[in-house]
Structures are given as structure tokens and as C-alpha cells.
Design a binder for this molecule. Structure first.
Ligand code: SF4
Ligand code: SF4
Length: 364
């Protein structure tokens, strides 16, 4: 397992997380075994927004004696008062529900307390005016909540919360379909979404990725908005390459799902290569580097994808990224304009030209 450090914290978070929205389908015992198997494979980050409350029994059984080994993302606003998933912005219901969930999971702290699923400004206003946000902040002051997060599909809402400076984590939907304006949650244009990922990285807010497979549609050529299927490993790599991303949280219902997701860890570079998305990329994606590394290796040894990522982040005001760039062994200034990357790039990036531009920007 690979781990990424929470920027505002000491937590080392597994790049593969566990989304359990369908976990109840396995049944209590098999569900617990699935969670346990995930922990044994190094998964340490679990999302607690489930479809049916029955899943919490499986989580509780699997976490018994291991609570300190796992990080739980718990949602203030996911309501299980009738045992099915429901959504609320009402502070009293949220408080009641969270008290119940802490007992149900047999824990007394919340690693990541999430403002749950806000996509509209009006809902955010209700969440604040009802006292729900203040409640999470109080729990943070008391040490019950360790980090505050937000789950949303909407860049404009995430930006509003980032403006408030209270977030350590954002759970956001990232996959090629949504980034290319296809699918139910494809909110925001490419520029707006990319700017959001860069802002998160610059402001040291980690992104946990929901719907990395577009709700499964991207894995099935009959359902994919592009008429072409991608694999789990391609979608995972795509999300992990975005700035700010800590991990992905694919929906895992059983051992079969878990195994398919964990296969990413042993997948080859070719199996993770998602450059196939260039065949359905819209015109606005032409010439933009997506950091896919398909053009590697560079004969001079430059890490082309990383150099491009640092450059884009630095231009967005990320001083840390500029510093990381300067510390690289080889810089854009070492490019010999051989053109190898230009001919390899499926997104038609004029990379040798871009290297000259990057070298000019950093002076190296
Ligand atoms: S230049 Fe093209 S192939 Fe290379 S990392 Fe960027 S998008 Fe990928
Ligand atoms: S053009 Fe520059 S960056 Fe691209 S492969 Fe050649 S040396 Fe490497």
C-alpha cells in the first residue's frame, strides 16, 4: 500500500480507501470479513456514508480492537433514523444521529467530521443557520472531531468553504467523465475543476475522491458516456494524479469488489495508463497536460508529468510546489528539445515548447 500524508496533520492515509455504500449487501459477517481483509491489505481510511445502517455492524466488528489503526470519515447530515440513508441539514437531527453512530461504531472520537453533501448555496446557508456547522466546530474544539471536512460535487460550494478556512479535507467526485462534462455530477467546467484541485493543494487541503468510477458507469462500455470502458486501475491512477488528492474511495460491496480495487497496487505502468481517455477528450482538453506520464521516459531523464504539475501549481500561487520544483534533480532547463514527448503525447501537448516556457518561468 502507498500512503499520503494529510497536509494539515500527521496521518498517513492509504491511497486506496474504502467506500462502503453497498457493504450491507454482503451481510453482517461477510461485510466484516471484507473490511478486515481491506485492513490487512493496508487500507486505513473508511467512509461512513452508507446506504443502509446495517453496514455499521460490519464496520464495528472489523474495527474492534483496531480503532487506532483506522481513520473514519463520518458525515454530519447522513441520517439513519429509519435505518436507510437520509440527508438532513437540521442540527438537532444531526446531533442525535451522530450520538447514535458513535455508539453504533463503539468509538468516542471522529477522525474526519464531514459537512455532508452540500451542493447548493441555500443548503449551505441552512446548514450554518441551523447550527450544524457550529456543532462540528465545537466538537473539534473539544477534541472529539480531529479534522473538519466537506463532501460536495460542486466546485463553487467547495470554494465557499475554502474561503472560510476551516477545512482540512474535501471529498470530491473526480473521474474523466465529470472532468470532461459528462454525467450526473459533472458540475463545473474543466478550468473550474482543475483550479479547484490546485487550490486544494496550494492551501494544504487534502482531497478524498468519491465516485472514481463514475458510479461504475466508466467500467462498462454499455453505460460509459464515452461508449468505451476504462478499468479500475486506470480510473484510480487518473484520480491519484490530480493535485491535492490523498486517496480514492471506491464503493466496495464484497471481497470481489475489494480484490478488483486492490489489483491497482500490483498493476503495471501500462495497466494504469489512462491515456486512452484522449480518444474521447473534448476539444478544450487538447494541448493540456493531465500528468499521465504516457510520454515517459524522457531520454534526458526529466520527470515530465511532475514538472508540469509543479509548474501549474506554482502558477496558481502554490509556493510549496515552486520549492519542490527547485529541488528536483533535473529541471525544464535540462530539456534538449528532442521531441520524443511531443510525438508520444496523446493529448497533443507541445511539451518541448512547454519545457522552454517552464524553464523561463523558474529560470532553471
Ligand atoms: S505531456 Fe502528454 S503524455 Fe506527457 S504527461 Fe502530459 S499529458 Fe501525459
Ligand atoms: S523534448 Fe525535452 S522533455 Fe521531452 S522527451 Fe525530449 S528532452 Fe525530455
Amino acid at each position: 500500500m502507498e500512503y499520503r500524508r494529510l497536509p494539515k496533520g500527521a496521518e498517513e492515509i492509504s491511497v486506496i480507501g474504502f467506500g462502503g455504500s453497498g457493504l450491507h449487501q454482503a451481510g453482517e459477517e461477510a461485510g466484516a470479513e471484507t473490511v478486515l481483509a481491506a485492513i490487512e491489505h493496508g487500507v486505513n481510511y473508511f467512509d461512513m456514508a452508507v446506504s443502509e445502517a446495517a453496514a455499521f455492524k460490519s464496520y464495528r466488528a472489523a474495527f474492534a480492537g483496531r480503532r487506532e489503526q483506522v481513520y473514519l470519515q463520518m458525515h454530519f447530515g447522513a441520517d439513519y433514523s429509519d435505518r436507510q440513508y437520509g440527508w438532513t441539514t437540521d442540527a438537532r437531527r444531526i446531533r442525535r444521529g451522530m450520538d447514535w453512530l458513535l455508539r453504533e461504531l463503539d468509538t468516542d472520537y471522529i477522525d474526519f467530521g464531514f459537512i455532508h453533501c452540500i451542493d447548493q448555496t441555500a443548503d449551505l446557508e441552512k446548514y450554518i443557520s441551523s447550527g450544524a456547522l457550529a456543532y462540528i466546530q465545537t466538537l473539534k474544539e473539544e477534541g472529539v472531531v480531529r479534522h473538519i471536512g466537506l463532501s460536495s460535487h460542486t466546485p463553487a460550494i467547495v470554494n465557499k468553504l475554502l474561503d472560510m478556512g476551516i477545512l482540512d479535507v474535501v471529498m470530491f467526485s473526480i473521474n474523466p467523465a465529470y472532468d470532461y462534462r459528462r454525467g450526473d455530477y459533472a458540475y463545473g467546467g474543466m478550468d473550474e475543476r482543475e483550479a479547484l484541485y490546485r487550490r486544494c493543494q496550494a492551501e494544504r487541503v487534502g482531497i478524498t475522491v468519491m465516485k472514481p468510477f463514475g458510479g461504475g458507469q466508466l467500467l462498462d462500455e454499455r453505460l460509459s458516456p464515452f461508449g468505451q470502458a476504462l478499468t479500475e486501475s486506470q480510473c484510480i491512477q487518473y484520480a491519484l494524479d490530480k493535485p491535492g488528492v490523498l486517496n480514492v474511495l471506491p464503493g466496495i460491496r464484497n471481497r470481489t469488489d475489494l480484490n478488483r480495487v486492490l489489483a491497482y497496487l500490483s498493476a503495471s505502468t501500462e495497466e494504469r495508463d489512462y491515456s486512452a481517455i484522449s480518444t474521447f477528450a473534448p476539444a478544450e482538453a487538447e494541448g493540456r497536460c493531465v500528468y499521465c506520464a504516457h510520454c515517459h521516459p524522457c531520454p534526458k531523464g526529466l520527470d515530465i508529468a511532475l514538472i508540469n504539475k509543479y509548474y501549474d501549481l506554482a502558477r496558481a500561487g502554490d509556493a510549496l510546489a515552486a520549492d519542490h520544483y527547485r529541488k528536483l534533480e533535473l529541471h525544464a532547463g535540462d530539456c534538449i528539445s528532442c521531441g520524443h514527448c511531443d510525438s508520444r503525447c496523446p493529448f497533443h501537448v507541445n511539451q518541448s515548447g512547454r519545457m522552454a516556457e517552464i524553464a523561463g518561468h523558474f529560470g532553471m
